[in-house]
Design a protein around this ligand. Structure first.
Ligand code: AMP
Length: 431
C-alpha cells in the first residue's frame, strides 16, 4: 500500500514524496481512511509509529482554503516541545499548500501569541494551559473548531491537565470531529472518553513485534557522519563476510554522498536507490543486486519495505530512522526465509533517542559497542551536523557514549573526547 491509495491531493503527495515517505505505517493504514470519513477516532499508538501523520494527513486532505481568522483545527499536546514538533510536521506537509499554522505554549510572552492569533490561523497547535488563557483573553474563540485532536492524551492527564482539558471541551462546538491519541489506555483516558465522547472508533496498533529470530543485531557508537563513512568502508572491505549488503540512509542526499565515497574504494560494486532515481533505474539496480552483479545497494527507506532479495547477508543502518517501525522494516531485508542475517547500526549521540524507541518497540535492548580501534576517526563535521555540547550528550540507560563532539567557541574546531561520562541531561525531542 502507498499514500497514493488514500486519494490525496498532489501538493500533499509531493510533500510526502519529498520526505521520502511512501508507504503508510500500520496506524496510518488503519486510521487515515476512518479519519477521512469524518468519524471520531481513538488511536492507541506510541511515538515512533507514525501517529502524527495518521491524523495530519486526513486533516490536511479535507482542509479547504479559507481566510477566516479563527482556527478550524485544534491540536492539543502536553508539552511545548511537542507543539514545536507537530508544527514542523505540518509545515513539511504543507509546503505546497496555503495553510496557516500557529503554535502556542506557556512560558513565553502571551501578548506576542495574542497578536498572532489575531492575525489568523487555520490550524492551532497548543498546550492546554496556554490555550485556555488565550481563550480567557477573548482574542481566541473556539466556536469555529471543526476538528479537535488530543495527542498524547495519557501524558496530558499524567501532567495534570484534566481541568484545563475539560474547560476547553465545554467551549467547543458540539458538532466537531474528535481525534484522540494515547500511547496507553489508562483509567483516566478511559474516563475522559466516557464523559466527553460517544461513538468513537478505536484503532489500536499492536507492537510491530520482535524482528525475526535469525537476525543478529549489533549497535556501534560512532561520533559523526565522516567517521561513519570510514566505518562503512572498513566493514565493506571484508568481501567474504559482507557478501550482499543493504545500506540504509535517511536521505537521498546522503545516499548519493555515501555512494560516491564507497565507489572510490569499491568501484561498480554498489548501486544507489532513492526516490529521485527513475523507476526503471531503481528496478534495474535491485535486479542487479538480486542476481549478484552488485554487492550492495545504498538506499533510502523507499526500499525498506516489501522488497524481497534472497540471501542478503547484512543490513547496515548508516543512520537510525526516526520511525521505530522503519528499523524493523529495514532489518527485515535480511534473515529472510529462515536464512541467517545480520544487521549493524551506526549510532551518533543525537540518534540515541531513536534507538531507545526501537528497543522499546522490540521489547528488548542491546549493548552499544565502541567503534573498533582500527577505524579512523574523522573529527570533521558535515554541514548538517550540529555540534553537541558535552553537557547535552544523552546517555542510554546508564550507558554513556564514548565519543562526544564539542565545538569550542574560540576556534570552531571539533574536539573529540573519549572515555568520559557526560552529564545525563538528554535533550529530549519528546518530553
Ligand atoms: P511519530 O510516531 O508520529 O512521532 O513519527 C515518527 C517519525 O516518523 C517522524 O519523523 C515522521 O516524519 C516519520 N514518519 C511518519 N510516518 C512515516 C512513514 N509512513 N514513512 C516514513 N517515515 C514516517
Amino acid at each position: 500500500m502507498t499514500f497514493e491509495d488514500f486519494n490525496l491531493s498532489k501538493p500533499l503527495l509531493n510533500a510526502l514524496n519529498e520526505q521520502e515517505i511512501s508507504s503508510p505505517t500500520g496506524i496510518q493504514e488503519e486510521a487515515i481512511p476512518v479519519i477521512s470519513s469524518g468519524a471520531d477516532v481513538i488511536g492507541i499508538a506510541q511515538t515512533g509509529t507514525g501517529k502524527t501523520l495518521a491524523y495530519l494527513v486526513p486533516i490536511l486532505k479535507n482542509l479547504k482554503y479559507s481566510d477566516q481568522r479563527q482556527p478550524r483545527v485544534m491540536i492539543l499536546v502536553p508539552t511545548r516541545e511537542l507543539v514545536v514538533q507537530v508544527i514542523q510536521e505540518i509545515e513539511k506537509l504543507t509546503t505546497y499548500m496555503s495553510v496557516r499554522t500557529l503554535g502556542v505554549y506557556g512560558g513565553t510572552n502571551i501578548n506576542t501569541q495574542k497578536q498572532k492569533i489575531y492575525e489568523g490561523c487555520d490550524i492551532l497547535v497548543a498546550t492546554p494551559g496556554r490555550l485556555y488563557d488565550l481563550v480567557m483573553t477573548g482574542i481566541l474563540r473556539l466556536k469555529s473548531i471543526q476538528k479537535l485532536v488530543i495527542d498524547e492524551c495519557d501524558e496530558m492527564l499524567n501532567l495534570g491537565f484534566r481541568p484545563q482539558l475539560e474547560r476547553i471541551l465545554e467551549l467547543l462546538p458540539t458538532k466537531r470531529q474528535n481525534l484522540m491519541f494515547s500511547a496507553t489506555m489508562t483509567e483516566e483516558v478511559h474516563a475522559l472518553i466516557e464523559s466527553y465522547f460517544s461513538n468513537t472508533q478505536k484503532i489500536e496498533i499492536s507492537r510491530v513485534g520482535k524482528p525475526i529470530e535469525g537476525i543478529n543485531q549489533s549497535f556501534y557508537a560512532v561520533p559523526n557522519f565522516n567517521t561513519k563513512v570510514n566505518f562503512l568502508v572498513h566493514l565493506l572491505g571484508d568481501k567474504e563476510i559482507f557478501k550482499k549488503v543493504f545500506v540504509f540512509v535517511r536521505s537521498k542526499k546522503y545516499a548519493d554522498a555515501i555512494h560516491a565515497e564507497v565507489e572510490k574504494y569499491f568501484p561498480n560494486e554498489f548501486g544507489a536507490v532513492h526516490s529521485n532515481k527513475s523507476q526503471n533505474y531503481r528496478l534495474r539496480m535491485i535486479e542487479e543486486f538480486q542476481s549478484n552483479q552488485l554487492r550492495g545497494i545504498i538506499a533510502t527507506d523507499v526500499v525498506s519495505r516489501g522488497i524481497d532479495v534472497d540471501l542478503v547477508s547484512h543490513v547496515i543502518n548508516f543512520d537510525i530512522p526516526d520511525l521505530a517501525e522503519q528499523y524493523i522494516h529495514r532489518i527485515g531485508r535480511t534473515g529472510r526465509q529462515k536464512e541467517k542475517g545480520a544487521t549493524i547500526s551506526l549510532i551518533t549521540a543525537g540518534e540515541l533517542e531513536n534507538i531507545e524507541r526501537i528497543f522499546e518497540l522490540m521489547d528488548t535492548s542491546f549493548d552499544i559497542i565502541d567503534l573498533p580501534t582500527e577505524v579512523k576517526l574523522n573529527k570533521e563535521l558535515i554541514a548538517d551536523e550540529e555540534p553537541i555540547s558535552i553537557h547535552d550528550a544523552p546517555t542510554l540507560k546508564g550507558k554513556s557514549f564514548r565519543y562526544t563532539v564539542v565545538k569550542p567557541p574560540s576556534q570552531g574546531k571539533l574536539q573529540q573526547r573519549s572515555g568520559k561520562t557526560p552529564k545525563k541531561n538528554a535533550k529530549k525531542k519528546r518530553r
